[in-house]
Design a binder for this molecule. Structure first.
Ligand SMILES: Cc1ncc(C[n+]2csc(CCOP(=O)(O)OP(=O)(O)O)c2C)c(N)n1
Ligand SMILES: [Mg+2]
Length: 326
């Protein structure tokens, strides 16, 4: 297990926050030409989950994947270069923000077609089981993705095949501009849908990294002890626009005061209070952490800027398209 130390959890969340804030600040320079879906405000879920994963465990993500990728320990330089469309990127510049892959780091895919992380991750788990390989697969999905039919189909298949899957539903209450209440009946429960397929499921506070860590621990014990999938539904909130670097509260699709209430419940602020209460942090320690993170981020951006664009001859390499179009 990687990081049981709360200061490490704090550092990991802060690192993700600063990476995404830097992307947000730098985006208008138009060097990053891919769309970006930032998850500022949602950092506790990937950090809490990944703190209980090992190198054999793999994750599959969707369009909002930066935090999942970084929390799993995948390479920051390769991520930023990918956003810049450069050859040093994790997809050699072809994928952009929504296709972050790092097989060594354990992010086996990030796929922006809503819902598709679910069957792909289920298939990866089937592969692990058939090849008798260790590890579990974490499938990240938004609550919007539970509205896709493939959610139920994959739950059923994963349960019938006793696959080592942890479904992690990040319920941030929105799919683009549409709130949950306009999309799902108030009695529709994601937990109950999992249970109806025979899968144990539990909900929790996705802005409390220590709670996420505990729930993940218990879920992994259940997966390994009973050879069964498990589902966590974690509540959280996206602060910025669905896609892009800006705040968008002026668009008024959120309730008045909703964003500021959730910003008060910032996962990083919450953990900092806990650290202060237990005398685990002071200004000196925090400044050192911040300095180190900022240096790493500026090096990653510098590396991306210096990296070359892929050679046009690479266009049909590493893709399913035929090498020659007739
Ligand atoms: C099949 C499909 N339908 C629609 C879209 C457009 N789209 C991209 S992200 C998104 C919202 C998904 O919401 P959710 O799963 O809750 O994730 P969140 O954006 O909140 O993290 C939509 C509708 C898409 N990419 N794929
Ligand atoms: Mg959502």
């Amino acid at each position: 297990m990687k990081n049981l130390d709360p200061l490490k959890l704090y550092t990991d969340m802060l690192r993700i926050r600063f990476v995404e804030e830097t992307i947000s600040q730098e985006y208008s320079k138009q060097e990053m030409r891919c769309p970006v879906h930032l998850s500022i405000g949602q950092e506790a879920i990937p950090v809490g989950v990944s703190s209980r994963l090992t190198i054999s465990d793999q994750i599959v993500s969707a369009h909002r994947s930066h935090a999942h990728y970084l929390a799993k320990g995948c390479d920051l330089k390769k991520m930023i270069s990918e956003l810049f469309g450069k050859v040093d990127g994790c997809c050699r510049g072809k994928g952009g923000s929504m296709h972050l892959f790092d097989l060594e780091g354990g992010q086996i895919a990030a796929v922006p077609i809503v819902g598709s992380s679910i069957p792909i991750g289920t298939g990866v788990a089937l592969g692990l089981k058939r090849q008798k390989k260790p590890g579990i697969v974490v499938i990240y999905l938004g609550e919007g993705a539970t509205e896709e039919g493939v959610f139920s189909e994959s739950l059923d298949f994963a349960k019938l095949q006793n696959l080592p899957v942890l479904f992690v539903c990040e319920n941030n209450l929105y799919s683009v501009y549409t709130p949950l209440g306009s999309r799902q009946d108030s009695k529709r429960s994601i937990i109950d849908i999992a249970k109806a397929h025979g899968i144990s499921a539990i909900s929790g506070d996705g802005n409390d990294v220590i709670e996420v860590q505990k729930l993940t621990s218990n879920a992994i014990i259940e997966i390994n002890t009973h050879s069964t999938p498990f589902l966590l539904e974690l509540s959280t909130y996206r602060w910025l626009e669905h896609c892009g670097p800006n705040f968008d509260d002026h668009l008024k699709y959120r309730q008045d005061g909703e964003l500021s209430n959730w910003m008060e419940r910032c996962p990083i602020k919450k953990l900092k209070l806990h650290l202060e209460k237990n005398h685990l942090i002071n200004n000196r320690i925090e400044n050192k952490i911040i300095e180190k993170i900022k240096l790493e981020i500026s090096e990653a951006f510098e590396h991306a800027r210096k990296s070359s664009f892929p050679d046009p001859t690479e266009l049909f390499l590493h893709v399913y398209a035929p090498r020659e179009i007739e």
